[in-house]
Design a protein around this ligand. Structure first.
Ligand SMILES: C[S@@+](CC[C@H](N)C(=O)[O-])C[C@H]1O[C@@H](n2cnc3c(N)ncnc32)[C@H](O)[C@@H]1O
Length: 231
């Protein structure tokens, strides 16, 4: 005798409407190297508008944040470049990559010899994107979709944050959280291309790069981007 299990149909706004996020990512992005970190391969989109619209259509929801996970942002590219070129920053260290997006900084940290890497992002697609991207680069990275800002910063050796100062409330909250981490003895590295809400002072500049980007994303083809440490 066969038994039939009936599943309730999720409402249109339910994220489960995209049943297989991995398949969605593979179908709508392509494996490619970000220009500033040619040694990494990530599932990235070539244009933002089509994949953003597709995500909204699939989820049945408008006004969603952009699919950040489908792009290697200038801040993340710079910070990943810095870690790959300065493996002494991460070798043997416990690392958190806050706001990981595609996982670019987490993957660079793992490649550069970190002992343990936790990638964190609250976007519902990031878990699948990070899983695909870590596999493509043959590195191990753990992932959490918990909002780490809701608690005290974790007791790790290094917290990385690529491109997190694009909105005022988030930038203020993240910078306060990162300051708390630093006060507790954690090293904090930030990659930022001069976003509007990035603090203008009080940080130590470690490197500056000319990061290739696209006119569609940034309205320019190259973005001057720096890596900073909290002193
Ligand atoms: C501009 S993207 C940067 C992604 C990646 N670090 C890079 O540079 O390519 C910003 C990311 O911050 C994430 N984010 C926003 N608020 C967050 C929070 N409270 N916790 C974790 N991630 C968050 C977004 O989901 C998005 O993936």
């Amino acid at each position: 005798m066969t038994s039939v299990v009936h599943f309730a149909t999720p409402p249109a706004h339910d994220p489960r409407v995209i049943t297989d996020r991995r398949a969605f990512i593979v179908a709508n992005t392509r494996l490619q190297a970000p220009p500033h970190t040619p040694e990494l391969m990530l599932q990235l989109a070539d244009e933002i508008t089509p994949i953003w619209k597709l995500t909204e259509e699939e989820l049945g929801e408008m006004g969603l944040p952009p699919p950040f996970w489908a792009f290697a942002w200038a801040g993340g590219q710079a910070l990943a470049r810095y870690l790959l070129d300065n493996p002494q920053e991460v070798a043997g260290q416990r690392v958190v990559d806050f706001a990981t997006g595609s996982g670019i900084v987490a993957i660079a940290a793992a490649k550069a010899g970190a002992a343990d890497v936790l990638a964190a992002d609250i976007d519902g697609f990031c878990g699948a994107a990070v899983a695909l991207n870590t596999a493509a680069n043959r590195v191990a990275v753990r992932f959490t979709d918990a909002n780490l800002l809701d608690a005290a910063p974790p007791a790790v050796d290094l917290i990385c944050a690529g491109d997190i100062c694009y909105e005022k409330p988030l930038a203020e909250q993240v910078m306060a959280w990162l300051q708390a981490a630093r006060a507790a003895g954690t090293r904090v590295l930030i990659g930022d291309p001069g976003r509007s809400y990035f603090p203008k002072s009080g940080l130590e500049q470690l490197a500056e790069y000319q990061v290739p980007t696209t006119r569609e994303l940034e309205d320019m083809e190259v973005k001057r981007t720096s890596v900073w440490a909290l002193p």
